[in-house]
Design a protein around this ligand. Structure first.
Ligand code: ADP
Ligand code: ASP
Ligand code: MG
Length: 440
């Protein structure tokens, strides 16, 4: 029989009613053996996620030595969940222990992890599955990276022994023995790790939309759903901001060739999106699979006559970034030009000025121009390599919408075309590309 690992996101577990719905989904199919849960998310627009309350509580505790108001709100949330579910669980005692833990540890990671911990305790009590704490099975190494060698065998043997289990997402144990979290949205990574460790047939990711959509639903109302997508396309789209799935969640399942299914907790009957390893994926009809993007980049444009014949020019440019410990996102180049696209948040507090001074001195360019407030939009699809004129259509659509293209980078795999446009044009640009490829 198939073995499935199911991760439920914060909105899917925001209150007692939703938790009950998720429980029904888990119990509806005997192949669903292991559940990975997030902390309760927003119940309505304007609500605060439990994880955010926990970060606030941690700050309060570090400043004053005690959990104050923020923790009272957390108590209320969990008490009402347990009440709504009519659970026989001593949540008062568990919350007291949690508060004592936050006051003792004085660590933001520890505090933030408690939302997942508490929700997993509740789900386990509700469905009668064993609670297996992520701290005992997921480990990080001394550099703070997920420690595969230590974690996978532990997860596999512990979960084999449990048969069925609920595991809190988002955290594990660091090399110093203390609780450590992944980055925000990291329960998707925990789910993927568990799926790989138990060699699941499918990793089900239950959220609040009926699958991966062709673009952000906040920008285009009711975009087309993507039925099938490859890991490569997913990587491009989630890295570029389609935050249905954490950008790093793909790696564990990709190594194990385990398909991911995105499903809607509120409409379980919907087919959702199937994400397949590239070797199991056959491209479908569409030229473009999806569009995603992010704002707030800076482009440093360098021009120098005969740059192409100056050995080591790009290498020296990148070593300046390396010295400042800065990642670059893209590096489109021409014969005598090179652009570096960098997230603007890395360039605050005088860093940009230092970089430019170093580039002037060490690279002696003829010309440097800095463009700030740039958004990147990625148009992604295996189909693009086969259709002639895709980029012409894309640029015509942007130009008709009055969007000025500031930078272009087409990946050599022809899987994506990335354009840099002004932040102010971002939504308009995404709508124009969507309209061109999905509504004509
Ligand atoms: P969860 O709490 O289940 O982890 P997230 O909020 O992290 O859910 O991710 C789901 C949300 O991602 C959706 O509600 C939607 O608003 C947003 N989103 C952004 N881009 C896309 C996209 N291309 N397809 C689907 N959802 C998207
Ligand atoms: N609760 C965590 C967050 O809000 C992790 C997650 O939901 O995946 O980021
Ligand atoms: Mg998420």
């Amino acid at each position: 029989m198939d073995k499935m690992v199911c991760k439920f996101g914060g909105t899917s577990l925001a209150d007692g009613n939703n938790i009950r719905r998720a429980a029904e989904i888990l119990l509806a199919d005997p192949a669903r053996r292991f559940a990975v849960v997030s902390a309760p998310g927003k119940r309505f627009s304007g609500d605060v996620k439990v994880t955010d309350l926990l970060y606030a509580s941690s700050e309060e505790c570090i400043a004053t030595g005690h959990c104050g108001e923020a923790f009272s709100a957390i108590r209320k949330r969990f008490r009402s969940i347990v009440e709504e579910l009519g659970l026989d669980l001593d949540i008062g005692r568990i919350l007291d222990e949690t508060q004592a833990g936050i006051e003792r540890e004085r660590s933001a990671d520890f505090a933030a992890s408690r939302g997942e911990y508490l929700n997993a305790r509740i789900m386990a009590a509700l469905i009668g599955w064993e609670f297996v704490d992520a701290k005992d099975i997921i480990f990080f190494d001394g550099r703070g990276q997920f420690d595969e060698a230590r974690s996978y065998p532990r997860i596999a043997s512990r979960l084999e022994e449990a048969g069925h289990a609920v595991i809190p997402g988002f955290y594990g144990t660091g090399a110093d023995g203390k609780i450590r979290t992944f980055s925000r949205g990291g329960s998707d990574i925990s789910g993927s790790i568990v799926a790989r460790a138990v060699n699941a047939d499918v990793y089900e990711n239950w959220t609040d939309v009926s699958g991966f959509l062709a673009c952000d639903p906040h920008i285009v109302g009711n975009p087309q759903k993507i039925e099938l997508i490859s890991f490569k396309e997913l990587r491009e789209l989630s890295y570029m901001g389609a935050n249905v799935l954490h950008a790093e969640a793909i790696f564990p399942v990709r190594k194990g060739d385990i398909p991911i299914k995105i499903k809607n907790t509120f409409r379980p009957e919907d087919a959702g999106t199937l994400i397949l390893p590239s070797k199991k994926y056959t491209p479908h009809g569409n030229t473009v699979t999806g569009i995603a993007g992010k704002k707030d980049f800076t482009v440093i444009f360098l021009e120098k006559s005969l740059m192409n014949s100056e050995i080591g020019f790009a290498c020296r440019a990148l070593s300046i970034l390396e010295r400042e410990r800065i990642n670059f996102e893209h590096m489109p180049s021409g014969i005598d030009t090179l652009s570096l696209v960098i997230e603007s948040r890395y360039l605050q507090g005088g860093v940009l000025e230092r970089l430019i001074a170093a580039m002037r001195e060490e690279l002696a360019p003829d010309y440097i121009r800095v463009s700030e407030d740039i958004a990147l939009v990625a148009t992604v699809g295996h189909g693009m390599a086969k259709s002639i004129g895709t980029s012409a259509r894309l640029f015509a659509a942007l130009s008709e919408a009055g969007v000025n293209v500031r930078m272009i980078d087409q990946g050599s795999s022809e899987l994506n075309i990335i354009v840099g446009i002004d932040n102010a044009d971002y939504e308009r640009g995404v709508r124009a590309i969507y309209h061109e490829f999905f509504e004509k």
